[in-house]
Design a protein around this ligand. Structure first.
Ligand code: ATP
Ligand code: MG
Length: 192
């Protein structure tokens, strides 16, 4: 039998391959954005955690601008590659970003205000592959699994239909998300 890391890597690769080939990216993205902003968790969130999207990822710049327009606070993560941890910092229009470790845009922590986990109402959790229970295959660092261990706010992931598969084998450290926002609708994952 194939090992779990191998299966996860295959699932990740397959989905990334499909993601590269989609033709109607803007259409899917618009649909996902609209559906997210129709959720109660978005509506009620005062502070939203989100990454600056890159590459194939669904655009988050649009969501960040909408959140600002709606008077919400945006916080973005700064990762620590030594222990695969993250901390979130307030991000306001015009703030300088930097990429230190990778090509991910992060806050410049000398200027930004660190926001505690219990101050974040909604976390938009990145990922590549998902199942309907909200389990996730991310980019393989375990950053979000670690961060979400004692996070109590709401979690959503943006996941187009082709990113949602029947089976993901969960591991003990994996933290499922509450809601998947797909181009076809919202999936409430209902785990206890
Ligand atoms: N809470 C945790 N405590 C200790 N190690 C962890 C924890 N969560 C994940 N890990 C470790 O991190 C590594 C990557 O985890 P995993 O394959 O689940 O990443 P991922 O879910 O794709 O990444 P991410 O959470 O950044 O999106 C694994 O070796 C896993 O054991
Ligand atoms: Mg994981």
């Amino acid at each position: 039998m194939e090992s779990l890391p191998f299966i996860k890597e295959q699932q990740r690769k397959n989905t990334l391959q499909r993601w590269k080939l989609i033709m109607n990216r803007k259409f899917i993205e618009h649909s996902i954005h609209t559906k997210l902003m129709q959720t109660d968790v978005w509506d009620q969130a005062q502070t939203i955690g989100v990454t600056i999207s890159k590459g194939l990822e669904w655009d988050t710049e649009y969501l960040i601008n909408k959140a600002w327009q709606q008077g919400k606070r945006i916080v973005i993560p700064k990762s620590n590659p030594h222990n695969n941890s993250m901390a979130f910092y307030q991000y306001q229009a015009g703030d300088e970003l930097e990429n230190v470790w990778t090509d991910i845009w992060e806050p410049s922590i000398s200027d930004a205000l660190c926001i505690e986990k219990n101050q974040i109402d909604l976390m938009i959790v990145p990922g590549v592959v998902f199942n309907k229970q909200g389990f996730r295959i991310g980019y393989g660092g375990g950053f979000y699994d670690r961060y979400l261990q004692c996070y109590t706010g709401a979690t959503v992931s943006l996941a187009a239909d082709f990113q949602i598969v029947e089976t993901i084998i969960p591991e003990t450290h994996d933290k499922p998300v509450d809601i998947l926002i797909s181009n076809f609708g919202k999936i409430y994952c209902n785990h206890t």
